[in-house]
Design a protein around this ligand. Structure first.
Ligand code: 13P
Length: 250
């Protein structure tokens, strides 16, 4: 049985005041025990969030450096520094970092390994653009993103990882993949992994991300290969995020 995971990616949002308000709201939520709930703030607020929510929420980071050890790498944050302050997971290859920052598959593989070296759970994000979906290339794009990571880090590295399927056209647009569209891709991801290791494919959690909200969460999470969500905008509202977490537990 895979325990559902719902993670709120706060992206580059938050001031001290707004984060304090959000944290206070999250601290007051009733959450189902059966669901693992995570929050992923900006680095700036990691320690504050760990101190105030760390007992009830897993705390994650949105990115990490290509090496796990501290060192001379200006502007970066090492995975060991993240684990030192209480982070336990890290997003790898969010589409905003792939497309806007230009992170390559090689860089992402280094980050994935660095996360594992520090004992963090890497959450590998994959997803196709609208043009790729319209050209019928969804599954081949996902296969390439996944295949490149497997080739570089090995299938065994996925024993401690999570995958997030985030169709780029559904991120922040209000457009959500239908439960069936998402399920089809999740099943393809699991079957791709099963070709390498049935055990890893069966155990790995595959999250859906892209305009998840309280109103569509239960239907998405009801699909057999959707093991929770990676939530952007809706995770900035404590009540909405609480409702999404509860949908994963029902
Ligand atoms: P939205 O939920 O705002 O569409 O963002 C999804 C996302 O990118 C989470 O990582």
């Amino acid at each position: 049985m895979r325990r559902p995971l719902v993670a709120g990616n706060w992206k580059m949002h938050g001031t001290r005041a707004s984060v304090a308000e959000l944290v206070a709201g999250l601290a007051g939520l009733e959450l189902p025990e059966s669901v693992e709930a995570a929050v992923i703030p900006s680095f700036l607020f990691t320690e504050y969030v760990v101190a105030n929510l760390g007992k009830r929420f897993v705390v994650g980071a949105q990115d990490c450096a290509i090496q796990s050890a501290q060192g001379a790498l200006t502007g970066e944050v090492a995975s060991t520094q993240l684990s030192d302050v209480g982070c336990s997971l890290v997003l790898i290859g969010h589409s905003e970092r792939r497309s806007i920052i230009g992170e390559s598959d090689e860089i992402l593989a280094q980050k994935f390994s660095a996360a594992l070296d520090a004992g963090l759970v890497p959450v590998l994000c994959v997803g196709e653009s609208l043009a790729q979906r319209e050209a019928g290339k969804t599954l081949s794009v996902i296969d390439e993103q996944l295949g490149s990571m497997i080739a570089q880090v090995g299938i065994e590295a996925f024993a401690r990882a999570v995958i997030a399927y985030e169709p780029v056209w559904a991120i922040g647009t209000g457009l959500t993949a239908s439960p069936q569209q998402a399920q089809d891709v999740h099943a393809a991801i699991r079957s791709r992994l099963a070709g390498e290791s049935a055990e890893i494919a069966q155990g790995i959690r595959i999250l859906y991300g892209g305009s998840v909200k309280a109103a569509n969460a239960a239907e998405l999470f009801g699909m057999p290969d959707i093991d929770g969500g990676l939530v952007g905008g809706a995770s900035l509202n404590a009540d909405e995020f609480g409702a999404i977490c509860r949908a994963a537990g029902s």
